[in-house]
Ligand binder design. Structure first.
Ligand SMILES: [Zn+2]
Length: 114
């Protein structure tokens, strides 16, 4: 490798999967809440931000669900936004992507399968 990078970006299967999931959730949110077919600018930005955070997550492949992570690496604004997205899209994820959603979404107890 020519240039010395400060830090290797995460690109393991787990990180990639998480990016995919967060992308889906943001898409659902934007589609239903902002009534957009393609991600609006705001959601696009959030998606990129979330993806960058995952690339830089210091736990890499060993990471837990972001909601359970002791390190809050999101800036405050984005944290608020992603929280809202998760809350909104969580139930939809159960419908659309049930397997993927189980681990990630902080659902109210009665909705959680196991
Ligand atoms: Zn949007």
């Amino acid at each position: 490798m020519a240039a010395q990078v400060k830090r290797q970006l995460n690109d393991g299967p787990k990180i990639r999967k998480e990016k995919e999931i967060v992308g889906k959730m943001i898409r659902i949110y934007c589609m239903k809440k902002h009534r957009q077919k393609v991600l609006c600018e705001e959601c696009q930005e959030l998606n990129e931000y979330a993806s960058t955070r995952l690339s830089l997550c210091q736990f890499g492949e060993a990471k837990t669900a972001c909601a359970k992570c002791p390190i809050h690496c999101y800036k405050r604004d984005y944290r608020q936004k992603i929280k809202e997205v998760m809350r909104f899209s969580g139930p939809w994820m159960l419908l659309y992507h049930p397997v993927e959603s189980i681990r990630h979404i902080p659902l109210p107890g009665k909705l959680r399968k196991k």
